[in-house]
Design a protein around this ligand. Sequence first.
Ligand code: AMP
Ligand code: GLY
Length: 422
Amino acid sequence: MNIAVIGSGGREHALCYKLKQSKKIKNLFCIPGNAGTKNIATNLDIDILNFDILLNIIKKNKIDFVVVGPEQPLVSGIVDFLKDNNIRVFGPNKFASRLEGSKAFMKKICEKKNIPTAKFGIFSTKTEAEYFIEASNTPIVVKADGLAAGKGVVICKSKDEAKKEVKAILEGKFKSSRVVVIEEFLQGEELSYFVLTDGENFKFFGSAQDHKKVGEGDVGLNTGGMGAYSPSPLLTEEIEKKIKNKIIKPTLVAMKEMGHPYEGILYAGLMIIKDEPFLIEYNIRMGDPECQALMIRLESDLLEIILSVLEKKINNMKINWSKKKSITIVLCSKGYPLKYSSNKLIPDLDKINQNENCILFHAGTYSKDGKIFSNGGRVLNATSKGDTLVSARNNSLKIIQDIDWKDGFYRSDIGWRAINKK
Ligand code: AMP
Ligand code: GLY
């Protein structure tokens, strides 16, 4: 089969890495891809939101099947478009993608199905929102309803700050919508829980924890993710049962009842408080950088797994994971998540020692004249697995130290909560 992965981050490099191992693959493409995917797939450099051009390139390269990495094309309806044009594709349709594309939509499902989540209000006018803020305790979490490239959530320490944030969102700070969700602040530890589903049945597809804050010790500004580890030690049998019964199952039932069964990967971002899971958000795709930490542990054939979802045979599929622990550390451009420079040379990446326990996934990189340059805030993902989280982390740190890139920085404490617990 000829397969294309859509996207250009570390997540997509990790997906390509796993798909490439499948015996069923003839040609692998990444659209548009990065300097890492270029080594294992054919990169096709086009705008992934221009669906007509995308369709042309899919037909021209005789691509049989498309796997979508990021949320934006899913929310924009790429699955509906490709299916209408008889191209097989893995991911939720435009309606079902609202689980991530609209926080208000997700919250209404929680309300309808009694899914545990933070108490909330949804507003499109300032007066009502301010009234709600006045009656709330601080901190107050203010969220833009639509996609905001990871910048749509602010945890406000004061009511004044919350009001300012609400005003900005209602006045159009984000193009995606002028609706705001205000919610209570939940204090706990976060867990990323993944399932694969055909809309009817679902299967666990790994757990992880990521570090969103830029600074060591989890301080400072929010980022897309500075690192992740898998599996999550938070996930006990008892908590998993609650996640499945109180959160995943009712959500899938709700989607079916609305006439849009959810097909694809569903990523539940959860807050665990005193052994109880609360849904913070849904994502309609793999996490980045969680995916990198998961793919290095996945032992089964990723293509066979995905095909089993499309053929509604996910229940018969046995998914094997390495018992080892994995960790990925993100090497970022200095200044990220604020102002940073791109197009910086990253020397000697070809000299980095890699093997099945130790992989350097690329995120924001491109190659030109045989050299590799940075192309964004999150640039490389040093991903390792080991018998313990500490040994995995040491391997990833070694890769990063070998890179010796003066324009980059990273957190050396990824996994600290799990490591310190022992
Ligand atoms: P979201 O985009 O909804 O995942 O929010 C981004 C991040 O903000 C989450 O991963 C949490 O770290 C934090 N967050 C969101 N909602 C809440 C909440 N109600 N209480 C505490 N932290 C939250
Ligand atoms: N790592 C968080 C996300 O992918 O949304």
